[in-house]
Design a protein around this ligand. Structure first.
Ligand code: UD1
Length: 374
């Protein structure tokens, strides 16, 4: 059985690594790793291959950045050539980035079934590009692997037959649990001159927050407040760095020019360094999707600066609090944490480090049956 495994952007790499590892246990599976090149900087891609010991991609599409249409279309055109040449039995896509949808769509049109890992998550906010990618990828996938029970409910509401849906747990947490120990060797805390629980960790890159100047300013005003109380480590996503320059925000917030003692602006971090930073933070402030889940497992308080989340379990069971982008709300929630009133949580069901094995077991069973019947 030949499987094409697709990665494209930073949040894909830690989801794919355990899947490839689990596939190795089945001698009948031949895995071909395709990197679309949606993310291409060393910090956004290469470092992750090293930290996660991912194999070098067999095929690189090198599509790079562009508008949504350009990027998605370029992936489709290039990926179609790969499918025609490789003729796989299955394409595996993870997450919700443009590469996920582009490769899923190209596959089904050529009659190659798709397995979607991390299916069924819904923010119910269709202005989020990822929400469109999630809905469409799920609609055309043959095997939908979910991380939480709500995801299955969402899928069934959209008319997806329950036989296609498998609740297996969270592959991103597989990676997290596997790398925690190794991350302790990272020197990032000393390098940045911070101590465990002595800093907050900030990430910010969602278009609704950083492409919209008014929203960006609201969030930055909160950051300016919080850093007076606790130093903040801030790895800056390239999209956000571009927007800071475009909106000339350094004029209004001088600390954005090159950071300050209380706001350490750094390049995007590798997987292990970021894991160490997250695990030892007093508080995480983010608009990311995956970080809401990782902090829940690490038991670190997470303040999510978004109006909605596609990962409600992190709020219902985990350490996540959804505060929106109102300056006062963000500051209020951060102060609650700093005053010792952080939300406690528990680790969700099946987030136990074995999701990838469950997924590959399902696939192996399905394909044996399919082969026997034909
Ligand atoms: C993408 C995903 C988002 C994910 C995020 C994680 C989509 C729709 N969005 O958003 O879900 O949370 O990745 O990082 O797929 N850039 C670089 N170097 C890179 C990559 C990007 O400089 O290696 C810059 C480019 O200017 C680019 C911009 O960042 O135009 C945005 O990159 P893009 O891949 O379009 O979206 P992200 O914001 O990274």
């Amino acid at each position: 059985m030949k499987i094409i495994n697709v990665v494209g952007a930073r949040p894909n790499f830690m989801k794919m690594a355990p899947l490839i590892e689990a596939m190795r246990a089945y001698p009948g599976i031949r895995s071909v790793l395709v990197h679309t090149g949606q993310h291409y900087d060393t910090n956004m891609s290469k470092l992750f291959f090293e930290d996660l010991a991912l194999p070098t991609p067999d095929i690189c599409l090198e599509v790079g950045s562009g508008s949504h249409a350009e990027q998605t279309a370029r992936v489709m055109v290039e990926f179609e050539k790969v499918l025609l040449q490789e003729r796989p039995d299955l394409t595996v896509v993870v997450g919700d980035v443009n590469s996920t949808l582009a490769c899923a769509l190209t596959s089904v049109k050529l009659g190659v079934p798709v397995a979607h890992v991390e299916a069924g998550l819904r923010s119910y906010d269709r202005t989020m590009p990822e929400e469109i990618n999630r809905i469409l990828t799920d609609a055309i996938s043959a095997y939908l692997f979910t991380t939480e029970k709500d995801a299955e409910t969402n899928l069934l509401k959209e008319g997806i037959p329950s036989e296609r849906v498998f609740f297996v747990g969270n592959v991103m947490i597989d990676s997290l649990l596997r790398h925690l120990k190794k991350a302790e060797n990272s020197t990032v805390l000393a390098d940045l001159n911070v101590v465990p629980r002595g800093y907050a960790l900030l990430t910010l890159h969602r278009p609704s927050n950083v492409d919209d100047k008014a929203n960006f300013v609201k969030v930055l005003s909160a950051v300016a407040h919080i850093q007076e109380r606790l130093p903040i480590v801030y790895p800056v996503h390239p999209r956000t760095r571009n927007k800071i320059a475009e909106f000339r925000l350094e004029d209004r917030y001088p600390f954005l020019a090159n950071g300050s003692r209380s706001l350490r602006m750094v390049e995007p971090q590798g997987y292990l360094d970021f894991l160490r930073l997250m695990r030892n933070a007093r508080l995480v402030l983010t608009d990311s999707g995956g970080i809401q889940e990782e902090t829940t497992v690490l038991g670190v308080p997470c303040i999510t600066m978004r109006e909605s989340t596609e990962r409600p379990i992190t709020v219902n069971e985990g350490t996540n609090v959804l505060v929106g982008t109102d300056t006062a709300s963000i500051v209020r929630e951060a102060m609650l944490v700093l005053d010792g009133h952080a939300k406690k949580g528990r680790v969700p069901e099946l987030w136990d480090g074995n999701a990838a094995e469950r997924i590959v077991r399902v696939l192996a069973e399905k394909f044996d049956l399919a082969r026997a019947a034909s």
